[in-house]
Design a protein around this ligand. Sequence first.
Ligand SMILES: *Cc1c(COP(=O)(O)O)cnc(C)c1O
Length: 388
Amino acid sequence: MSNHPIYLDYHATTPVDERVLAAMLPYFTEKFGNPASINHVYGWEAEAAVKQTREILAAAINATPEEVVFTSGATEANNLAIKGVAEAYFQKGQHIITVATEHKAVLDPCEYLKTLGFEITILSVQKDGLIDLNQLEKACRSDTILVSVMAANNEIGVLQSLAEIGEICRDRNIIFHTDAAQAIGKIPLDVQAMKVDLMSLTAHKVYGPKGIGALYVRRRNPRVQLAPQQHGGGHERGMRSGTLYTPQIVGFGKAVEIALAEQATETERLTQLRQSLWLQLSQLEGIHLNGHPTQRLAGSLNISVEGVDGAALSLGLQPVMAVSSGSACSSAVTAPSHVLTALGHSEQLAYASVRVGIGRFNTAEEIDIVGKHAIATIQSLRKQKTLV
Ligand SMILES: *Cc1c(COP(=O)(O)O)cnc(C)c1O
């Protein structure tokens, strides 16, 4: 890996922590049982491991283990939450509220529901990436069945005010779903205090394996009904059939356990690294920080750079740092990031943006190297531009 660039794309995915891998390994081989096998010790062993992860996840968000439904990741959890509520509550109402800066795994299911006759209100965000709570209140109607607002944004790191949003929804008897894929293990989450009814989680953004996630589904005060989106053996209380993937589930639990134990110190360390990088970069003119300056994930820095071409910037940074650019290549077409344009950026400035996701295995030396390289790259691109 020595000739690889420095990895700074922790919002896209993270490596599996060695401690997580070690916990998973026995469940591929000697403890291979099906957790649904109730007649022998192979099944019991697997079931005990699954139960343990349920308990870890429940404790992490102040839920009960029975309220955890395993899925293949946050994409599936979002689909189950949004389409599951739509199908179960359509007689009560057919209006759903979400936000322009949500992940496509929320926006696309909403777009799909539109084709079935549901009405979707997409809230805009303020300059700092946060929604306007007054605007949310005004958008709520008597036929609104669901509000979906993410916990932490995957591009600009902004943390929405979940407790305030939960309050608004609960007052009006509207189900509140939050996509917490980027938040679990990184910020405190509490479904009671925040009045969250559905919460999507995933393991691979928090040093766990890919292909495993969960949906928290509230069972009491109020009990949330969901129409299953995958039918079969009736696993997960009928909400998501399919044999549970024990090794991944074990890894998910271990990953969250470690993240919670290290949350306070890691948040402080990542905040320092992010601030030191921002301090370096902001010495240049014409650099904008995207997203709220403090109400954000510790390791998240997203900047837009004036006076450079987005593609050239991306190419110039590539040899030294693995980061994401301001373009989103969904479905083969390149478009400027919908999150950055929602902040009011022009297409040109959205393209000339960089998402730096700092994580567990980055060091201060790396951040220093990256800062110097980014500054040199931007200066050289700007110089070339004035020469042309
Ligand atoms: C990564 C991510 C997803 C998708 O999660 P998968 O587990 O990869 O399906 C959804 N929402 C957000 C905010 C994410 O960051």
